[in-house]
Ligand binder design. Sequence first.
Ligand code: NOJ
Ligand code: CA
Length: 723
Amino acid sequence: MKVISRIILTIAAICINIAAFAADSVSILSPDGNLTLSVNVKDGVPYYDLSYKNIPVLSPSRLGFRLKYERGYVDSMCIQGSVETTVDEYWYPVWGEYAKVRNNYNELFVTFTQEGSGRILGVRFRLFNDGLGFRYEFPEQPTLHIFQVEEELTQFNLGSDYLCFCMPGDYDTNEFTYTTSRISDLREQIPLQSLAHKGYEAQSKGDLVLQTPLMLEGDNGLYVNIHEAALVDYPAMELSVDDKAFSMSACLVPNRNGEKAFKMAPCTTPWRTVVVSDKATDILASRLIYNLNEPCAIEDTSWIHPVKYVGVWWEYFVGCGKSWAYSWYRSARPGVTDYTKIEPNGQHGATTQRVKEYIDFASENGFDGVLVEGWNEGWEDWSGYSRDRIFSFDRAYPDFDVKELHRYAAERGVKIIMHHETASNAADYERQLDDAFDFMVENGYDAVKTGYVGPVVPRSEYHASQWMVNHYLYVAQKAAEKHIMVNSHEAVRPTGLCRTWPNWMAQESARGTEFESMGGNPADHTTILPFTRLMGGPMDYTPGIFQTRLSYYGQKNDQWARTTLARQLALYLTMYSPIQMACDLPENYRRFPDAFQFIKDVRVDWEDSRYLEAEPGDYITVARKAKDADEWFVGCTADENGHQSSIKLDFLGPGAYQATVYADAPDAHFKDNPQAYIIRTLTVSAKDELCIKAAPGGGYAIRFVGQEPLKKVKRGKTVKVNC
Ligand code: NOJ
Ligand code: CA
């Protein structure tokens, strides 16, 4: 059996150095010597600090815990000892931006003891060339068994007024637009008007709380990203901001009873991560969060595969009158109501006929899957009511013929992608999970999109509290047993767990394309997401809107996407996911066959990736090499100001390449000329440079195909595309 994440043990050196005596302070360097981490104790309180090329990143920042009902790790601590280790190894992801990942760090494991209680707390620090990860470890010990974390005291003392790319703290959702603001201006800039939302309890007490991943840019030339890795059996971490001291501290998401983490020693916390560089592109290329996750837990991964899909989906959002529900009867109940006896609403989207049209389109154009939403009983009364037993996951509406569609899709080499909207009734979903997954296996489905819209049941929980964190992982693990791939929407933001569970292919967990029909995403949204949301794992952003003005579907619809058509193509590169949707309607793709060709050609799994240029909030340009051919793809997404690139093609192999460039036309603009694009075919080599422009809210996408036989190429040239 193929074992993924085969750890090739090129562990160059494992040097263990046990400090034989207690010290007040211990420190290590990153393998390249650029980062320094020190750990010390002052007045009984443990602190750590971090610098990069001698520039302070974090000044002494507190470590520790307050525990409920008992003495926490707050005071009287001292360093009992420390152990240093070095690891240098490679692992091989099942899918991803890179076929091979280096995991190289120096580790410092510090044991603290507490005077009086005799309790022990371990902190494991791993210092990579691109940042720091550390986690707490509670060993088995006579005085600590089952305990409740009242608050984690971890601090991130930034010490200067960084520019933040951030969203407000919330216990339930990350579907916000980003705010770009200095720490000192956050109080004015962060949209606190939404304080009424139930998840804003912290803010309503006057605290300023942000979500992670938090992207920061400093006047000291540093880019810093704070997040977490391997969020397992613990609440998500948000950051409480002291906007005077420029400091952040952990603020764990509670349940509705105000309880945070229930733990039992021996146990660990997730890793707290601080990715650092003086180049923004290094943040995007960082694998630190994945490296801190456990290796793949699935022995046979041969059934996990990248997926490009279309689906009965966008038509629910554009205002053309399609509905998920079969009828309008709010009293219709899954498994109780005989749906064949109630009148259909005439607007049901997931009909056998419509799904067949999508299957035909998918098979004609080389897509692997067709997502079908609205196929199952329960949509009549689903969103936001916290009612129990809303959906059935193995009962189809009468006009959706499961068996026939399975046959029809299989004959055409396409798979239907299952949809489980749970309406956040996670308790009911767990009850139905075995049956739901068995139904999928019986009917030829190997991928499921899950959804958690609305308030959570159990009603004590939030989307990011410990119980729900455990739920999402439980679903991914159960799915792995049945060889099912998972794409979860509205789940807690990811923390690299897809390394361990690579069948958990993608998540939404941020504001995706659906919002283009609900007020729109700002033009710079996709220049921030890779620096934030994508740090923890792939996003099912569902790109590919060609018809960006929704008035096309009805005069009164004033919704529109803040993007050019060419930029939609670029998102297949800049928004990495091994499961990528082409979300627009087949009818729209047929109107632009030449641009659609790019979506057909682009890959979703890569040998190698190179971030060529990037500035959070402004632009991102990435080149990616196909796994199966001598082909490279480049994508660039720009904010409302547009961007002009001069890209050196030195990532290409030897010989000539044919480049097909999909760029904004010179007069393209996301507001009033979004569909103006040009397509150019060029012959180029690694010695050349391309001058190419992204319009305001625009972008470009390029496919490079290596030409055979290899011929010597001429001297380098600069090729102007639309400049
Ligand atoms: C929200 C999801 O993000 C969207 O993709 C889905 O269509 C709806 N919920 C309904 O499940
Ligand atoms: Ca959503």
